[in-house]
Design a protein around this ligand. Structure first.
Ligand code: UD1
Ligand code: CA
Length: 448
């Protein structure tokens, strides 16, 4: 199998008006990745060395996006939407290069898994010319029916072209097909458009191949594998299925999810074994967590790295560039952005740490704010190892607080604090004995 070459053609020229969006349908995201990128990944995982993306006229956004998630993807334009076979032929020059296997996939069917594609490719390797990926939907209305005779697939009839008898067939076309490269162009070129929709149907190659005496078979995949997305409700349904798959994969990989249904991952979330994730945690893109960390309830993480033994939350927000060292702690109602919290350092309560380094074992008191922005530029705060910053301090960047230094509570620090120095950045307390009582008496008398 691995020696067989494979081209995946991904059809993405749909109008997608039912998304009610200015964004092309296939760029709507699941787990933070465009649908079509999920399809590209599945194709690549199934051994498709080359990917041809067929987009509609003017779908520059899709082409541009494609280069970011699949650098080696070629794109082709289908200038008019004349049907799925016509769309596949937009990639004619790619097909003509000569591949053993051609996979035709849809850009709006994002939950397809590599194993479903590999199963189809295996049937090609066994000598078949066309392999259709079928499924049994709860309600077959709207899908092309697989017409079988004596175990062979003889035709696919689109719903609109079905006889009442054929409408009763439950085995349907999932839309995805594998075609032997040697026959692909001849089969696609033979497709006509005499049907209810007046379109060139890819599905017609089944009948054409069968008439030529070529091997045509169906494989069966789960409903999710062929789930096509046409509106935002279906998009959310696909997101749920994707999240459930990912949760299971995480748990089987050794991650504890106490309430898996409340934890949301991105396509690229990485978490090591023995990490515990409490309920209601959201992982946006770019998060890497080592084994043995704890993510407490109601935290949101994005673009963050968390080392072994570190603890996040409850109610913490890690933004891009947050980097927590071993056994570091970021506690409740803290926000960390573009900052390194070195090993064993603690930012436990109500703090904002942005554009900063917090040295190993430093302790940042409740309510500490790094004032990193003057409305124009961002500035850096450097806090040395073992420093202690008292509660409710404002550290006005650029600023350096040395190793082992101590900042008194309630300070506004605007000048460097050297190593091991003690800094007060607040007015001294003045206490006037009995004065409160006198004040009260004077006010009460005045009111009378
Ligand atoms: C298709 C199948 C049907 C199957 C169903 C499964 C055909 C003819 N029919 O029907 O048997 O049960 O999928 O969901 O293949 N596209 C283009 N250019 C075109 C037409 C379509 O790029 O000219 C793309 C669309 O963007 C879409 C995909 O091809 O991603 C499928 O087209 P669509 O019209 O949605 O086909 P279905 O009616 O869903
Ligand atoms: Ca469809």
């Amino acid at each position: 199998m691995s020696s067989r070459t494979c081209l995946s053609i991904i059809l993405a020229a749909g109008e997608g008006t039912r998304m009610k969006s200015t964004k092309p349908k296939v760029l709507h995201e699941i787990a933070g990745l465009p649908m079509v990128a999920h399809v590209v990944r599945a194709a690549q995982a199934a051994g498709a060395g080359d990917v041809a993306l067929v987009v509609g006229h003017g779908a520059e956004a899709v082409r541009t996006a494609a280069t970011s998630f699949a650098g080696n993807t070629e794109s082709f334009v289908q200038p008019e939407r004349l049907g799925t076979a016509h769309a596949a032929l937009a990639a004619r020059t790619a097909i003509a290069r000569g591949y053993d296997d051609i996979l035709v996939m849809f850009g709006d069917t994002p939950l397809v898994e590599a194993h479903a594609l590999t199963a189809a490719r295996e049937k090609l390797a066994a000598g078949n010319a066309v392999v259709v990926i079928g499924f049994r939907p709860p309600n077959p209305a709207g899908y092309g029916r697989l017409i079988e005779e004596n175990g062979a697939l003889v035709a696919i009839r689109e719903d609109k072209d079905c006889s009442p008898e054929e409408k009763k067939i439950g085995f349907c076309n999932g839309g995805l097909m594998a075609i032997a490269g040697t026959h692909a162009l001849a089969l696609l070129d033979a497709v006509g458009n005499k049907n209810a929709k007046g379109e060139f149907y890819l599905t017609d190659i089944v009948e054409i191949a069968h008439a030529k005496g070529l091997g045509v078979v169906a494989t069966e995949a789960s409903y999710e594998n062929v789930l096509g997305i046409n509106n935002r409700a279906e998009l959310a349904e696909a997101e749920t299925i994707w999240q459930n798959r990912k949760r299971r994969e995480m748990m089987l990989g050794g991650v504890t999810l106490i309430a898996p249904e409340t934890v949301f991952f991105s396509h690229d979330t990485e978490i090591g074994a023995e990490t515990v994730v409490e309920p209601n945690v959201y992982f946006a893109t770019g998060v890497k967590i080592a084994g043995g960390a704890t993510i407490h309830a109601f935290s949101q993480l994005e673009g963050a790295t968390v080392a072994t033994g570190a603890s996040v939350g409850p109610f913490a927000r890690l933004r891009p560039g947050a980097d927590l060292g071993e056994n570091a702690k970021v506690g409740n109602f803290c926000e960390v952005k573009k900052a390194t919290i070195e090993a064993g350092a603690k930012v436990n309560h109500l703090s904002y740490i942005g554009d900063a380094r917090i040295g190993a074992k430093a302790n940042i008191g409740a309510g500490t704010i790094t004032c990193n922005y003057d409305g124009y530029s961002k500035f850096f705060t450097d806090i040395g190892a073992g420093a202690f910053v008292g509660s409710n301090s404002a550290l006005v960047a650029p600023i350096r607080i040395g190793a082992g230094a101590y900042v008194a509570s309630g300070s506004v620090i605007t000048e460097e604090v050297p190593d091991d120095a003690l800094a007060f950045g607040r007015a001294r307390q003045k206490t006037l004995p009995e004065r409160a009582k006198q004040l009260r008496e004077r006010r009460a008398a005045a009111k009378k």
